[in-house]
Design a protein around this ligand. Structure first.
Ligand code: HEM
Length: 586
């Protein structure tokens, strides 16, 4: 495998798929998992999500490359082919999840993967990289009153043969059913007309072959097969389109699962021409995440989380020790030429095995080792790695990112969440796209703070890009750039000055990239920072640091004094003092 950290696109997609949540913890998977019904209705959320993906895809034209899974369905809900309450509910389920690296179309695809696996179906391999259309596209989703030839032509246009049309429809119509609120002639409403009555496609709510076996043995109650109005029995026409050959081939549970896995994978990978999908996003056995060099309570800290897999069948090894190790970026210990720093986790977090249906179905859960360590600003940090010792006599295993460790790409400009904040304010400035009246109501006003390494900073431009694509109704992304100004109310610490800027946003997931451009054009970026917690970030105190390594004899007395300080453990409270001493030496 050629994965190397950081790979923000891969890392972000991997987290959403296998942890079920976006970076700030909001869980997409928990909306549907475990195979849930929508509160206050009888609807299967999994069925709604799977159908949503089909309807977004179904407009594809393989000849001209238009349409496909591109999120255009958000703008197509007024069409008869997309009618019913399920579509707006699903759209709002997905609303808060897209961001810089995950398109709404990728979320629709992951939604289909979750939907199938949470109801005990196969795991559909997932690739990311779909691109959102941000506007309505062509129409062309099948409707039940259309004749067989029309349906065959539509699936041919999408790139599927008759047999594949049968497979896809059977794999779709194994969950959920027809609802009275949408088709009252097929499904008579109950006494409460607002509460839909469902006639399910088969007698199970699971993703299974029962839809096929009940069709073949004549016991099916699928309204699209048995309704007395033969105009609406599209499943009967489709399932029997090749003398039931395809339906017979789907009758065993294993054949159904593997055929559906393949054909649904193809379905979610139907994208407009010109869109290139990533490689399959597979579960990383050891993953680094939530890495941040920053200031907390006046201390320069490095934070990193290390995620390991845990098989659900075996207990966590309580003897295991996990260490973070790192090298200084500057000074005599640069690149661990002298000392190597090390520390133990500030917190160990066992994750709920039900975090993502896909991970759970593979028999895994996660355990996270979260590190928070004080960093001597003068020495800073260049790269880090982990050592895991199971205490089984085999010695520690190193996790070095396939080589030289995990890089701390830069320390020149750093987001400082804990000095940043967000407040709800009355809107005065934001207007609608394309002009018109200002948006009424409250907007979130952010004050965002960056730490800037003081070296030559007066010649640099410090600015941030703020992006929010999770906006109600998806009118357009919020995308803005603001320059940050030196904030004199925040005194400099350890060779860093603080800069800040203010912006307002109506969306649900603002992320910022903080940039520093030097006079010679060199650019440093602290990429894709979340703004959910900011000054409410739960505080975890830094752990002690141990320094190991041989001391060279050819050092100045001042360096020896520092060595002593380091080997006797650099504690959180002492870091600023040390930083000051070393600054004066460098
Ligand atoms: C000619 C092809 C198809 C036609 C005419 C068709 C038609 C329908 C109709 C009329 C309903 C009932 C909707 C309602 O009551 O609001 C339905 C439900 C559903 N369809 Fe299809 N469908 C087709 C193909 C597919 C395919 C290919 C998939 C997915 C792979 C799919 C997935 C679903 C699901 C999961 C439901 C249940 C939704 C729920 O319970 O909320 N359908 N379909």
């Amino acid at each position: 495998d050629d994965y190397r950290w950081p790979s923000p696109l891969y890392d972000t997609l991997e987290q959403l798929l296998y942890e079920g949540r976006r970076a700030d913890g909001s869980s997409l998977a928990s909306l549907v998992h475990p195979c849930r019904a929508r509160p206050d209705t009888n609807a299967s959320i999994a069925a709604e999500w799977l159908r949503f993906a089909f309807h977004d895809m179904a407009t594809h034209d393989i000849a001209d490359g238009s349409g496909g899974l591109d999120g255009s369905i958000a703008y197509e809900l007024s069409r008869a082919e997309n009618f019913g309450v399920a579509f707006p509910s699903t759209l709002s389920d997905f609303e808060v999840y897209p961001n810089k690296y995950v398109s709404r179309a990728d979320i629709i695809a992951i939604g289909a993967v979750f939907a199938v696996s949470t109801c005990s179906g196969p795991i559909i391999p997932f690739r990311g990289g779909r691109i959102d259309a941000w506007q309505a596209g062509p129409s062309g989703v099948p409707e039940p009153q259309q004749d067989l030839q029309t349906h065959k032509d539509m699936f041919t246009r999408q790139g599927f043969t008759t047999s594949e049309m049968i497979q896809l429809t059977a794999c779709g119509h194994t969950m959920g059913g027809v609802r009275s609120t949408d088709f009252p002639a097929m499904v008579p409403p109950g006494p409460d007309t607002l509460l839909p009555v469902f006639h399910d496609f088969d007698t199970t709510t699971q993703f299974d072959n029962v839809v096929v076996t009940q069709y073949l043995d004549g016991t099916t109650q699928n309204p699209l097969v048995v309704d007395s109005n033969k105009t609406l029995t599209s499943d009967l026409r489709i399932f029997s389109a090749d003398n039931n050959d395809t339906m017979h081939s789907l009758s065993s549970a294993t054949a159904f699962a593997s055929t559906c896995q393949n054909i649904l994978e193809r379905m979610i990978n139907v994208v407009p021409h010109g869109v290139t999908l990533t490689n399959e996003i597979t579960l990383l056995p050891a993953k680094v995440h939530d890495v941040q060099l920053t200031f907390e309570k006046g201390i320069f800290v490095f934070k990193a989380a290390f995620r390991l897999l845990q098989t659900q069948s075996s207990p966590i090894n309580k003897q295991r020790t996990v260490k973070l190790l790192w090298c200084d970026r500057y000074g005599k210990n640069q690149n661990c030429n002298g000392n190597t720093r090390t520390s133990v986790p500030a917190a160990t977090i066992e994750e709920d095995p039900g975090l993502s249906p896909v991970t759970q179905a593979q028999g895994y859960s996660f355990i996270n080792y979260n590190f928070v360590v004080p960093i001597d600003a003068a020495g800073s940090i260049s790269n880090f790695w982990f050592e895991v010792d199971e205490k089984d006599g085999k010695g520690p295993t190193s996790y070095k990112n396939g080589g030289d460790g995990y890089p701390v790409v830069q320390d020149q400009v750093l987001f400082v969440p804990t000095l940043s904040k967000a407040a709800l304010v009355k809107n005065t400035t934001l207007t609608r796209r394309g002009g018109g009246a200002p948006i009424t109501g409250l907007v979130k006003q952010y004050t965002l703070v960056a730490a800037v390494r003081s070296t030559n900073a007066s010649n640099s431009r410090i600015y941030l890009n703020a992006l929010d694509v999770a906006i109600s109704g998806f009118p357009a992304p919020f995308n803005t750039t603001i320059d940050l100004q030196r904030n004199s109310s925040l005194p400099s610490i350890g060779g860093y000055d603080f800069y800040s800027g203010v912006l307002a946003d109506t969306g649900f997931q603002l992320t910022v990239d903080i940039n520093r451009v030097e006079a010679d054009g060199t650019t440093y970026t602290d990429d894709f920072k979340q703004t959910t917690d900011l000054d409410n970030t739960p505080y975890v105190a830094p752990t002690n640091v141990t320094s190991t390594g041989k001391s060279s004899s050819s050092k100045s007395p001042a360096w020896r004094a520092l060595d002593n300080l380091h080997t006797t453990q650099l504690v959180a409270g002492a870091v600023l003092v040390v930083g000051a001493v070393m600054n004066s030496l460098l």
